[in-house]
Design a protein around this ligand. Sequence first.
Ligand SMILES: C[S@@+](CC[C@H](N)C(=O)[O-])C[C@H]1O[C@@H](n2cnc3c(N)ncnc32)[C@H](O)[C@@H]1O
Length: 265
Amino acid sequence: MEKGKESLGLTESSDSGLGLVMFDALLAHFAGHEHAPDLDPSLIKAMRHEFESSEFFGQDMRHLWMMLESVVTKSMCYPGINEDRINLLNLACGYCEEGAVLPAFWGRTGKKVHQFSIDLRDAEIDKAKRRYALTEKIFRKAGLPNVSELSKSSQSVEFIADDAIHLAEYGQIPSQFNVIFIRHQNLWHDRSTWQRIYDFALNRLTDEGLLIITSYFDREHHLALDLIKMLGGNVLVSERNHLSRELSYPGKSIDRHVAAISKNK
Ligand SMILES: C[S@@+](CC[C@H](N)C(=O)[O-])C[C@H]1O[C@@H](n2cnc3c(N)ncnc32)[C@H](O)[C@@H]1O
């Protein structure tokens, strides 16, 4: 059994069990939680089956979910524990494969999640919007209400094409976030830009908030942690993700390292 799964008490065979947990959380997310109508159980069963066999929410997303469970538990930090709403920011989100999974994860205990995802590249944000809409469509097949038409106070998902730092100029965006996620941070590519992004992220975290970063390769991860510490971040957990999928480039893999960081109070 892989080490990451062991630490969560999950066995190889429970990977599909996890898929169902993720399915239920996505269903609740797209149903707007308390707005969930009585759904036809046979339809839900068929959808679960379809979900299980679909490539759309493949192994990377299940492993992302397990990685988050693991790192959040080990951090002993529970963002938004005393609030009924989580403000979630996905910085430099790219095409945002995790656009529906993240709000489902943070909303799994019934909290309302307001998610903002931002990337510099318009084309990536267009893809992210399309992917999220497609996911929503899959779940709407079960007869769920149109969540985007529900009250904005319930939950929201927004994708923004801009420089992360410009978020400060968007009046309607929260000034503080309970969770900030940066998947495959890119410090190696441009240190000064990423210094600005980390500084921005640490300044935007609530006192109990969590910044979670992942990295493709070892050296980039360690350099990022050094920089984040220098900027005042408190690294609560950093681990090599044993569920990480190897890429063709030697030493690189999907979510190879993950770290959970709080700001020094
Ligand atoms: C390595 S990619 C990771 C993308 C995505 N998070 C993923 O895991 O696939 C780094 C991303 O950072 C984005 N980026 C770089 N500088 C940025 C900035 N100043 N503001 C917002 N996004 C930025 C790039 O457009 C790119 O999509």
